[in-house]
Design a protein around this ligand. Sequence first.
Ligand SMILES: Nc1ncnc2c1ncn2[C@@H]1O[C@H](COP(=O)(O)OP(=O)(O)O)[C@@H](O)[C@H]1O
Ligand SMILES: [Mg+2]
Length: 292
Amino acid sequence: MLIYILSRSGSLYTTNRIYNAGISSRHNVRVIDHMECDLLIENGEYKVIYEHEELIKPDFVIPRIGSSVTFYGCTVVRHFLNMGVKVLNKPEGIINSRDKFRSLQILTEAGIRIPKTYFSNDLYYAERMVQTHLGYPFIMKVLEGTQGQGVFLVHTEEEAEHLISEHVKKRTRILLQQYIAEFSGKDIRVIVINGEIVASMMRTAAEGDFRSNIHLGGSGKIVDLSEQEKEMAIRSVEVLGLSMAGVDILRSSEGPMVIEVNSSPGIEGIEGVTKIPIAEALIESIEKTVLI
Ligand SMILES: Nc1ncnc2c1ncn2[C@@H]1O[C@H](COP(=O)(O)OP(=O)(O)O)[C@@H](O)[C@H]1O
Ligand SMILES: [Mg+2]
């Protein structure tokens, strides 16, 4: 089958792994930079122009859309979808997962436990909300942040004021969240593909950090998931409208909680830790989907 991977570069680890897994299974795979795709609607037909050529309709599209280009990337995915192409993750699902608060609303609707979270347009009453609902320390997160970069642990009122005013100035939207102290510096990353758990690992933060992202120096190890965690991960991906995603879970004293669902999860760290060939599992799963 002809597969397009929508990715900014073929040399990115995950893109490269999926590309090679597809080629090894005798598929025709091409990496297409979604930011270089021109979209044409002509007489009710959808066309994608890439490097001055009209792309032929593929059998399957794997979007790997970075968070800084969600809007255009999802428009490209929508174009392929309208051409009648099957896509790994639909644009609505990607958009749902990018907005951390929107994700939490959808997860809550599905009965999935999340940390107490506050979101406001002006943050004028943020301090009062923290006092009555969250307490110190609490977590502050950039709404569309990734790789731990926009996540802060706020200890004092002064720190809160400073960070809030910084974000207000930059016009970045933030959410305030209950700090799960009992699982600090850790999280569980679960990779789900088409309703199945393919791999999971426990990540531990680098010395002195509370964020366990591998990009920030966190390290991973194999973890056994409880039945509840497995169900929770699979259901989270489903309700957000995705087929493949990475789900981040914290083990709180009230039970497992989902903090985010990532629609373009990197697989370098988790393949290294678990030795599970996730790229091959993805290609196998796509073969089944396309044959249906
Ligand atoms: N509510 C929380 N309580 C404790 N730690 C948290 C909380 N939220 C996030 N963290 C830590 O910060 C990391 C990054 O947060 P996350 O919401 O996954 O954002 P990102 O998209 O940047 O990865 C998590 O992996 C976890 O280690
Ligand atoms: Mg995360």
